[in-house]
Design a protein around this ligand. Structure first.
Ligand code: FAD
Length: 494
């Protein structure tokens, strides 16, 4: 089986298939998670707002998956408290309370704590930046947070290292091969200036917003919706919990999320229809203004674009629905289809529900292969590095594999120095990324193995030549290649 797309969806499908015993390969055009899967809000959650859209089933499924991820990847997925402030009358308090009871009943309670009511004073103690005037109280509930790119990488590495899948990044599928009776029989690939073909009994299209282009049959199944986030230094918004802020202007909510261990808070997201180039969605000045205005209206902050130290923009691969529906109102459910024999496509869904999506996809693959059904094994399958109570910078990012990084630093103490000033990453992490995590470019290291690009864009650009020098012997770069990597990173970081 060949999986096209190394985002969380393709990674999950590869792990599910390989752990059921299928011979599995995955190819990714750019880097693992370089598409939408490094550009999410990074919440492993049921999605409180989907309850107001009546999608109880999606919320219940996502909350069940949240619980599995907290158990199977405790080093990467952490509980995070969220505070919902209420202003004006007590009517809003009652509405939030009803929604949170439903959330707890849908499975939220499994995290070990029910939601609680807070007085206005207690809310302000958690989040001194809240506007005190008119604050009648707040609710506090638990959801979870994960570095999406590292979660995706952990799923790929588990498939490869523990279940004998094969995965390659920087390999593009340029077309599908046809076999007898028009059945899809594999794919043509382009990598490192070479063209090659790979045969497969079944191909899975997990190419996210690019899926329609890959299928090439003209059918529109995906509707991309853009969402942006901006990052500011933690000192600019005073809160020790994540905040859910309602926007009176359009009835939406945005999140303000302190990113543990980074001294940064990010704000997101927008939700707008998108018909621009799929490869390069950008955070526009209007997008930034929308988010900063929303926060400044709800909090006592006076954020301006000068406070923004990083941004990211991503495209949700939503299953196309009725024309005229607002993208924010489109369902986040997933859909598995099989338009041509030998080809299975998986579209839509969420970062949180990737495992359940993979189960449905591989069940369908087994039908395509006329293979007797073997149940999925991933519900209780620990991801690479999983250890409970992983504390500290390295353990919190690598789990049990942190010992390899400790050994690198022990052998060469200069690798214990910071990789990018103002950020917690160590030089050892770049070396580890090249040796053990298939990082192939400077961007792979600064944008996804570490998150320097979205946490401190300017500092990461300034550090780029130094990081390229560190990577050059690891990746066999000539001086010219080193300079080209720095230039490409600078150009992409604008
Ligand atoms: P992608 O990650 O885009 O992966 C598809 C991959 O296919 C890409 O890496 C691409 O390079 C590759 N590809 C394309 N064409 C080819 C080809 N020809 N050959 C080889 N490879 C190819 N979900 C949550 O659960 N929680 C959240 O907080 C959350 N927040 C979000 C916020 C925003 C702004 C957005 C945009 C999404 C959010 N989501 C969230 C949803 C979640 O991020 C996506 O559902 C998920 O990341 C999609 O993953 P994917 O693998 O389907 O797509």
């Amino acid at each position: 089986m060949l999986v096209v797309g190394g985002g969380i969806t393709g990674a999950g499908v590869a792990l599910d298939a390989a752990s059921r015993g299928l011979r599995t390969a995955l190819v990714e055009r750019g880097d693992f998670a370089a598409g939408t899967s490094s550009r999410s809000s990074k919440l492993v959650h049921g999605g409180l707002r989907y309850l107001s859209q009546g999608d109880y089933r999606l919320v219940a499924q996502a909350l069940a998956e949240r619980q599995r991820l907290l158990r199977n990847a405790p080093h990467l997925v952490r509980p995070l408290p969220f505070l919902v402030p209420s202003y004006g009358s007590r009517t809003r308090m009652r509405a939030v309370s009803s929604a949170l009871w439903l959330y707890d009943l849908a499975g939220g309670f499994r995290i070990g704590r029910l939601h609680r009511r807070l007085s206005a004073g207690d809310a302000l103690a958690h989040a001194p930046s809240l506007r005190p005037k008119g604050l009648v109280g707040a609710h506090l509930y638990l959801d979870a947070h994960a570095d999406d790119a590292r979660l995706t990488l952990a799923v790929v590495r588990t498939a490869v290292l523990d279940h004998r899948a094969v995965a390659a990044n920087h390999v593009t599928v340029t077309g599908l091969l046809s076999g007898t009776g028009g059945r899809v029989a594999g794919a043509s690939l382009h990598a490192g200036g070479r063209d090659l073909e790979v045969r497969a009994s079944v191909v899975v299209n997990a190419a996210g917003v690019w899926a329609d282009g890959l299928a090439g049959d003209g059918e529109v199944t995906i509707r991309p919706a853009k969402g942006v986030h901006v990052t500011v230094p933690a000192g600019r918004i005073r809160t020790d919990v994540a905040l859910v802020l309602g926007l009176p202007s359009d009835g939406r909510s945005i999140f303000v999320v302190p990113w543990a261990g980074t001294d940064r808070v990010y704000i997101g997201t927008t939700d707008t229809d998108y018909d621009g180039p799929l490869d390069s969605p950008v955070c526009s000045a209007d997008d930034t203004a929308y988010l900063l205005d929303a926060v400044n209206a709800a909090l006592t902050t006076d954020l301006s674009p000068a406070d923004v130290v990083g941004t990211w923009a991503g495209l949700r691969p939503l299953v196309a629905g009725a024309a005229g529906t607002r993208s924010a109102d489109l369902s986040r459910r997933h859909r598995v289809t099989s338009g041509r024999p030998g080809l299975v496509a998986i579209a839509g869904g969420k970062l949180t529900t990737y495992r359940a999506m993979a189960v449905d996809t591989v069940d369908r693959v087994e039908v395509e292969l006329r293979r007797s059904h073997r149940p999925s094994r991933t519900a209780n399958l620990a991801l690479r590095g999983a250890v409970p109570n992983a504390t500290g910078h390295l353990a919190g990012r690598y789990g049990s594999e942190a010992r390899v990084l400790d050994a690198l630093v022990a052998a060469d103490p200069s690798l214990g120095e910071p990789l990018v000033p103002t950020l917690p990453y160590l030089r050892a992490e770049a070396v580890y990324a090249a040796r053990y995590e298939m990082a192939r470019t400077l961007d792979d290291v600064l944008a996804r193995r570490t998150r320097a690009l979205i946490l401190a864009r300017e500092s990461s650009v300034a550090a780029a030549p130094d990081v390229a020098r560190l990577l050059a012997p690891e990746l066999g770069w000539s001086e010219a290649e080193e300079a080209a990597q720095v230039e490409a990173y600078r150009a992409g970081a604008c």
